[in-house]
Design a protein. Structure first.
Length: 251
């Protein structure tokens, strides 16, 4: 009979250990079934800031990372039809949602709107505003952004400047053989042109560890369409150094 208390203690210790392990986010299953695409969400956002009150779920993969501090408090996810920007409001998101992770975005209760050509997703705006708010609390983020078990490399969409379109905003794209053409003023935007002198800008935050190539380069990043100076232009936001490569040729 004296062995029983010891056995009970052993069982309690084992059970406690299992509880601690299971309290971590699970990566062993992904049961969310999509019933809409990123392109469907863009159609809603084009109508203005819209709160989604139905059970809409889209599935995609993480394409951005804040590891180089060129993305802040945000996460980009895309599928084959398009992309959305999730206004998470947290830091070090790459440690929870790494590049290539499959995630389900549960949109019910969230709002969508367009900014700089990108579909933004967040909490519904305050009554005096027309833009989604950051989601903020990790528990609330986990409710709307469900992690899957699948992790796969992300291949950027190969484009040229002429083929860029607003529907591509938010997606990870790559453009080759662009020549740096300095602007008059020192800003966080760096201008590049192709062989036909069509221009695109590269955005690098002052807080980022990245450096803009000063010669012919292949550039990869998340696409947006922003007001720069006196006009509008397409902008690439790179994620890390490998997105900024010096070109070996100009063909």
């Amino acid at each position: 009979m004296r062995a029983v208390p010891a056995l009970l203690v052993f069982i309690m210790v084992v059970a406690a250990g299992c509880y601690n392990r299971h309290s971590l986010p699970s990566e062993s299953s992904f049961a969310e079934a999509p019933n809409c695409t990123m392109a469907d969400i863009r159609l809603l956002a084009e109508q203005g800031c819209t709160t989604i009150n139905s059970d809409k779920v889209c599935v995609g993969r993480v394409t951005s990372t804040d590891v180089a501090q060129n993305f802040h408090r945000t996460l980009f996810v895309e599928d084959e039809s398009g992309a959305v920007e999730l206004l998470l409001g947290g830091y070090n998101m790459h440690s929870i949602y790494p590049l290539g992770l499959e995630v389900a975005v549960k949109l019910e209760g969230l709002a969508v709107a367009l900014k700089d050509g990108v579909v933004q997703v967040g909490l519904p705006p305050e009554s005096y505003d027309l833009t989604p708010r950051e989601i903020g609390a990790q528990q609330l983020i986990a409710k709307h952004l469900v992690r899957g078990a699948s992790l796969a490399p992300i291949e950027p969409l190969a484009c040229d400047v002429e083929s860029l379109d607003l529907s591509l905003c938010g997606r990870l794209v790559r453009l080759r053989n662009l020549l740096h053409l300095p602007v008059d003023e020192e800003t966080e935007y760096y201008r590049y042109v192709d062989d036909n002198q069509q221009q695109i800008y590269l955005y690098i935050s002052q807080y980022s560890s990245l450096s803009a190539p000063d010669s012919l380069a292949d550039l990869t990043g998340i696409l947006s369409y922003c007001v720069i100076g006196g006009g509008e232009a397409y902008v690439l936001t790179p994620r890390f150094e490998d997105d900024l490569k010096t070109s070996c040729n100009s063909d």
